[in-house]
Design a protein around this ligand. Structure first.
Ligand code: PAF
Length: 280
């Protein structure tokens, strides 16, 4: 496995792959890798000749300076995991390599997709995400790029940007990996205490009940029941729980059979913000 730190070396390595007519699968990450990232890497490996993974904690997508500062950095173990998973090339740039001084976010209209849910509570977050992902796509020009469904709204946003700006590239959404107790795997889980990590099972347990609750309660009552059940465990506080049309992310006030529905949630556990989602 080769590790490069500059755009120049990245493009040199990728152009070598392309000269050999090898297909390229790309997995963008912010490091602090867990089994979820490894499953994306393995899928990329199964579906392409070579796999490129980026590790870059993107400052532009953090609306909260503290969250950025506390984002876990575990480069040594990340590289060991990627090598073990059969990754071919890792791009590990500095912020100065990715951005020019005072660089503005990419101007791209995400319509409603970045206004709701995460977009409402993390202003500018998705513009920061598409700015960096668009740069990586331009530099690497992968055949396929892999994203976890845990960040369901991010996946929708990236599909929208990519359809317009990278129409030949395929975006692959991959199922959320969960801990044994149901907690969605996330780099942020490392910031939970052992007890909090155990108790956080209440999030997935509660949102999974929506599929049953929809036969007896309306949307608003079902949401209240889920929120109450999560908040009955200290110190969890629900920031939002939304039932949305899975394609448009438009919030639904009534159950519908005519399009797929998704329940999306953000929950604070003290200083740590956890997100999750399930089909309903
Ligand atoms: O999902 C993430 O880890 C990040 O948002 C991504 C896609 C790597 C962009 O920085």
């Amino acid at each position: 496995m080769k590790v490069v730190h500059t755009i120049h070396h990245l493009q040199e390595a990728v152009s070598d792959f392309k000269k050999q007519h090898l297909t390229v699968g790309f997995v963008p990450t912010m490091g602090a890798l867990h089994q979820g990232h490894i499953s994306l890497t393995q899928r990329a490996k199964a579906e392409n000749n070579v796999v490129v993974v980026s590790i870059f904690i993107n400052p532009m997508q953090f609306n909260n300076a503290d969250d950025f500062k506390k984002y876990p950095v575990t480069t040594e173990s990340d590289l060991a995991m990627l090598s073990e998973a059969g990754c071919h090339l890792v791009f590990l740039p500095s912020a100065d390599e990715v951005y020019t001084a005072h660089e503005a976010p990419l101007v791209f209209d995400l319509e409603m997709l970045d206004k709701v849910m995460e977009g409402e509570f993390r202003p500018g977050h998705f513009q920061g995400v598409i700015t960096v992902v668009n740069k990586f796509f331009n530099w690497i020009k992968p055949d396929k790029a892999y994203f976890g469904e845990k960040d369901f709204q991010q996946l929708a946003v990236i599909r929208k940007m990519s359809t317009a700006l990278h129409p030949d590239m395929e975006i692959i959404g991959c199922p959320t990996l969960r801990e044994k107790n149901g907690l969605a795997m996330s780099s942020r889980n490392r910031r939970l205490s052992e007890q909090e990590r155990k108790d956080a099972s209440v999030i997935y347990e509660s949102i999974s009940l929506l599929t049953e609750l929809k036969s007896s309660l309306d949307v608003s009552a079902a949401k209240n029941q889920v929120i109450n059940s999560i908040q009955s465990v200290q110190p969890f506080k629900v920031e939002y729980l939304d039932i949305v049309n899975a394609d448009t992310l438009i919030s639904l006030s009534q159950w519908t059979e005519s399009s797929p529905m998704r329940a999306c949630i953000a929950v604070w556990c003290n200083e740590v913000r956890l997100i999750d989602n399930v089909p309903v």
